[in-house]
Write a protein that binds this ligand. Sequence first.
Ligand code: ADP
Length: 228
Amino acid sequence: MPIIKFENVKKSYQNKFSALRGISLVIKSGEFVSIVGRSGAGKTTLVKMIYAEGFPDEGRVCYGERSTDEIRGKLLPFYRRNFGTVFQDFKLLSHKTVFENVAYAAEVIGKTDEEINKTVPQILAVFGLLEKGSKYPQQLSGGEQQRVSLARALINRPDVIIADEPTGNLDPASSMEIMKLLLKINSMGTTVILATHDNDIVNMAKRRVITLEAGKIVSDQNPGKYLI
Ligand code: ADP
């Protein structure tokens, strides 16, 4: 079943050449897809349109049956609950502990204290962070901080995880660890979309890879199977 569909999408920024053009692709539920390309190729612009942080100038981006253009405005916060996001700079709240950072994501969507006190330790345990619950982000390594942001991204059980350059600030060992966790999350049924310029981690995944160059898709390959 297709979950995300781009139909001939074009996107430009003010007075600029197109950041993306002629983008058509389908991502099925449960897939693990890496979007690769050099800095400036359009990776962030593409993934942002999936969670409606940006909209196409031409063409459509659909999630299920719905185009993102239909969910602008009041519906956006609800739409975004389908997605968990992870970024290069972790985006953790420095004045909150590890536990509080993860709990906060559940609080904002109205989860009760009872639910939060049950689910947050569960998810921290999955990521090996149970003992770090009362620490603050700056007391953790980069790899640990990224694991906290993965836990936060998953606490509300989104259908899709979007990781935009999640290993950009990590050493190779921590990068591999985050990649293995993304694969594990995917194996449990969550669709994963990874934007990265790190070829080593992409090669390790042996999953579908879409390559962007100057805003266009130049290849779309599955291991052993060429899609274009
Ligand atoms: P990547 O994630 O592959 O590095 P981006 O999607 O961030 O690529 O950027 C694609 C192109 O769009 C680049 O030329 C970039 O400079 C431009 N761009 C991205 N965001 C903006 C913005 N907010 N305003 C103007 N230009 C932008």
